[in-house]
Design a protein around this ligand. Structure first.
Ligand code: ACO
Length: 401
């Protein structure tokens, strides 16, 4: 049955599905996910292969345009991106206006929205060429905004990148270069970040991606749609979980490391506490990204010579959960964010920046989904409701209420 027939067949019938647990919002050729088997593929390529063998920029190209790029295609793509990496100097004044204590996700979504004012040509995208230009601009400027957000938090002067570096090396340099010091690119750190960004790059119709598609469906423009996606990602039930996980693990450590006590809290229905980083709307088996990240956490901490006691607490919680009836019955396994924060910490990224790093990784997926939605000329997203409020009431003047 095609979508048009389906639409006319259901005319007048409204399905109530809070949280859209069983409602498809679109057809998509970008990401395949089998939650029962723990399978994730971008454009048909296994996440395990991409995380091991590809660069983040190659994966961005793959997600957005549908094919892995040939060398010349990737080179042109990166050259086009580098040509757009300057962010208007006036944007620095906006950044200056934020208090140092501002949450980086709020700063990032505001700066992304503000980019529209300085790049008005990126709003009306009537052709594929217009789309390409808007996409390249965003892939160029977004890492600069991420780096500025971190440098603001750290009270460091802003810095631009170095076009001789790869996309990911350049991000690291923009984030971490100290004034008057040369920045040395570390292979371990670059590879770890490359992998994390790839693992976060897309995940079909999650909360933030659906937000990007629905905002974009009103033709609000790419930057506005992405800014909305950043806000959706911020929440602790979605991307904000990576920050919440580390805060939870730290809390458990400070409380004496008694994981059993927290397992009991997570199972107690009267207690709002949840085991952050556990459970997933779609994965009812191990999240394949969590497997890769857990291994990577061990490697990165080993290579950098870091011993982090919260990694032991995390492993302890995982072991207990895998043997616990409550978690087994509900098919609750560690998700992508259970171990990612431990790596971000090892790379020197402050806890409040974790969700920003997630946004950086998710950017190509959001862009790919927005582009697909526009190219398929999808209608404006506009869910229905069942009204359960009052019937017609007589208006009473304020003095008579
Ligand atoms: N700790 C304890 N119990 C949990 C947890 C958890 N982390 N997650 C789910 N449950 C329980 C629920 O209480 C519910 O139990 P019940 O059937 O007895 O009522 C059952 O498992 C099903 O959970 P729902 O909340 O209905 O599942 P839903 O698909 O709506 O939510 C979600 C999924 C939001 C990810 C949830 O598992 C959760 O809150 N996890 C912790 C936050 C988190 O890690 N979020 C990141 C997700 S990954 C990402 O966005 C990148």
């Amino acid at each position: 049955i095609d979508i048009k027939t389906l639409r006319s067949a259901t005319n007048g019938v409204i399905t109530i599905d809070p949280g859209y647990k069983n409602t498809g919002s679109c057809e998509s050729a970008i990401t395949f996910l089998d939650g029962e088997k723990g399978v994730l593929r971008y454009r048909g390529y296994a996440i395990e292969d991409l995380a091991e063998k590809a660069s983040f920029l190659e994966v961005a190209y793959l997600l957005i345009f549908g094919e892995l790029p040939a060398e010349s295609q990737l080179e042109k793509f990166y050259t086009d991106i580098k040509a757009e990496s300057i962010v208007d100097e006036e944007m620095k004044k906006i950044l200056d206006g934020f208090p140092k204590s501002a949450h980086p996700m709020g700063v990032l979504s505001s700066l992304t929205s503000a980019l529209i004012a300085f790049n008005p040509s990126a709003v009306n995208v009537d052709s594929e060429e217009d789309m390409y230009r808007a996409i390249v601009k965003l892939l160029a400027k977004f890492p600069v905004l991420v780096a500025w957000t971190l440098r603001k938090k750290n009270g460091q002067p802003l810095d631009y990148g170095d076009s001789s570096l790869s996309y990911v090396e350049n991000i690291l340099k923009m984030m971490f270069k100290k004034p008057q010091e040369e920045y040395k690119v570390s292979k371990v750190v670059t590879e770890a970040l490359n992998k994390l960004l790839i693992l976060h790059a897309d995940h079909e119709q999650n909360c933030s991606t659906s937000t990007v598609r629905i905002v974009g469906s009103s033709h609000a423009g790419l930057f506005a749609s992405i800014s909305a996606g950043i806000s959706a990602l911020w929440g602790p039930l979605h991307g904000g979980a990576n920050q919440a996980v580390i805060e939870m693990l730290e809390g458990i450590k400070e409380d004496g490391g008694d994981t059993k006590k927290y397992m009991a809290k997570a199972k107690d229905k009267e207690d709002p506490f949840r085991l952050m980083g556990f459970g997933h709307r779609v994965y009812k088996n191990f999240d394949p990204r969590a497997k890769i990240i857990k291994k990577s956490a061990d490697e990165v901490l080993g290579d950098l010579g870091i011993q982090d006691p919260v990694l032991d607490i995390a492993k302890g919680l995982e072991k207990e959960a895998l043997e616990d009836d409550y978690f087994v019955k509900r098919k609750l396994y560690p998700n992508v964010d259970f171990y990612s924060g431990i790596i971000y910490r090892a790379l020197g990224i402050p806890t409040e920046m974790f969700t920003v790093m997630f946004a950086l990784g998710r950017l190509p997926g959001w862009i790919a989904q927005w582009r697909e939605m526009r190219l398929r000329k999808e209608p404006i997203g506009r869910p229905r409701q069942i009204y359960i409020g009052e019937n017609l009431r007589e208006f009473k003047d304020i003095s008579n209420r």
